[in-house]
Unconditional design. Sequence first.
Length: 123
Amino acid sequence: MTAVPTSAVLLIGLEFFSGAGILIKRSFPISALFAAGLFFLFGSAVAVNLLRGRRELPCGCFGKKGTPISWHLVARDILLAVASLLATEFFSGRLLIFLIACAVIAGICVITPRVWMATSARA
C-alpha cells in the first residue's frame, strides 16, 4: 500500500472516531480537542497550497470535488477549530491549558506555511 491511500484511510478513521467521540460525554473533551487539531491540519494544508499558487486544487469538502480551495476554507477551518477548542474548555474548566493550546496551535498555523514555503523554494 502506498503512502497516500494509507494516510487517506487513516484520516477517515481519525475523523470518524473524533466525531463519534464527541457524541459520548466522557470522551467529549479529548474528541473535541482532536477535532480542533484536524481542523487546524486541514486549514494549514489548504493555506500551504494557496501560498504555493495551487488555487485550482479541488477542496473535496463534504464530497464536493469541483469546488476549488480558497482562503475562505482556511478561515472556516480555523473558526471550526476555535469552536472545538472553546467547547473543550467549556467542558473541562481548565482555562490556562486552553489558552496555551490556542497559542501553540496559532503559532503552528502561522509558522508551518512559512517553513514549507522556505523549504520548497530551496528545492
